[in-house]
Design a binder for this molecule. Structure first.
Ligand SMILES: Nc1ncnc2c1ncn2[C@@H]1O[C@H](COP(=O)(O)OP(=O)(O)OP(=O)(O)O)[C@@H](O)[C@H]1O
Ligand SMILES: [Mg+2]
Length: 320
């Protein structure tokens, strides 16, 4: 696989504060990398360095083999970048703005018109092309930014929260669009929506306090969850206590969580417990209304990975 985006030991300090700390990663053609992390983790700063908008304090980044600092023109030609927030030309119409971006990308005449109309089609902006950008709703402005990043059909895309502010239908449309174009490109998308990772990403990098804390497939991340392979049973209230005692005794079951008449049985690492649970219930003549196998919970994995390190114990105070 050819890595189209390569980041090597990238760091950024603002004044004395290091906000991106020795980050390395690469993204190959065909990959969609989800870039996750809590607010302030350093996602936008990393993406801005990749796009050549701010200078790194240390390290290098290459787009399609071109160093973003030494060969900025070649690198930018191969990169589409959707910054955080909205395009900053509020008085222009959508059509005018996209034409302006296409011209800046070196297109003119028919080629320019074709690029604009293709991008408008991809992002479903046809109904609003003649509206000034500042009269558009947030979601539409987001899509105008996305259209601008796609205009020149770049090999690499860096999208900073592309679905932020979109309604559920539009989120779905943008995810579908990303999936459609992904085969030929290397794409990084930052997001706070964890379900997006499973929906569109082939890999996820989680950063916390400027450092890479995990680099894994969505399935790999799920397998780190304590709920990976857990079994959730919904029971008649009268049999919950009996089922809890019975199933809690199974050797493969690491623990039980009870919520009303729902039991979640946690699997010991690497164990598949659903069959044993089903058999134990049947042998005891107990029936569940519903029995569900869990893949794992990404929100729990995300919290565990990004949690602040434990604070140092407070100094002991002398008794007065
Ligand atoms: N120009 C700047 N000057 C000083 N500090 C900055 C600057 N830009 C960003 N920071 C700081 O760097 C840290 C990382 O910010 P960044 O915007 O990269 O986070 P993020 O991961 O994108 O967060 P969010 O999820 O909220 O978008 C933050 O603490 C932010 O305040
Ligand atoms: Mg950000």
């Amino acid at each position: 696989m050819t890595a189209l985006i390569e980041i090597e030991r990238l760091s950024k300090r603002f004044a004395e504060r290091t906000v991106v700390d020795d980050v390395s990663l690469s993204v190959a053609r065909g990959e969609v990398l989800g870039f996750l992390g809590p607010n302030g983790a350093g996602k936008t700063t990393t993406m801005r360095m990749l796009a050549g908008f701010i200078l790194p304090s240390a390290g290098t980044a290459r787009i399609a083999g071109f160093d973003v600092l030494d060969r900025p023109i070649e690198a930018r030609r191969r990169l589409g970048y959707l910054p955080e927030g909205a395009p900053s030309y509020p008085d222009m119409t959508v059509h005018g703005f996209l034409g302006f971006i296409a011209a800046a990308r070196g297109f003119s005449g028919r080629a320019k018109a074709a690029r604009v109309s293709h991008a408008v089609g991809l992002t479903e902006l046809g109904d609003v092309v003649n509206f000034p950008i500042d009269t558009l709703s947030k979601g539409f402005r987001r899509r105008v930014g996305l259209a601008a990043s796609l205009l020149h059909d770049p090999e690499t895309l860096i999208l900073d929260e592309p679905t932020d502010g979109l309604d559920p239908n539009q989120k779905h449309a943008v995810r579908t669009l990303i999936a459609t174009i992904a085969a030929e490109k290397a794409i990084i998308i930052s997001t706070h929506i964890l379900e997006e990772v499973g929906a569109v990403c082939s890999r996820a990098v989680i950063i916390a306090r400027g450092r890479v804390a995990a680099d894994d497939t969505p399935a790999g991340l799920l397998s780190r969850s304590r709920y990976h392979n857990a079994v959730t049973l919904t029971l008649a209230p009268g049999i919950v206590a009996q089922a809890e005692a019975l199933l809690g005794g199974l050797p493969m079951v690491a623990g039980i969580e009870r919520d009303g008449s729902t039991l979640t049985l946690l699997a010991r690492a690497g164990q598949e417990i659903i069959e044993a649970v089903g058999n134990a219930m049947a042998d005891a003549g107990l029936r569940a209304h519903e029995m569900r196998l869990e893949q794992g919970r990404l929100d729990e994995v995300f919290r565990a990975i990004t949690a602040a390190p434990p604070a140092l114990p407070a100094p002991r105070r002398e008794a007065a």
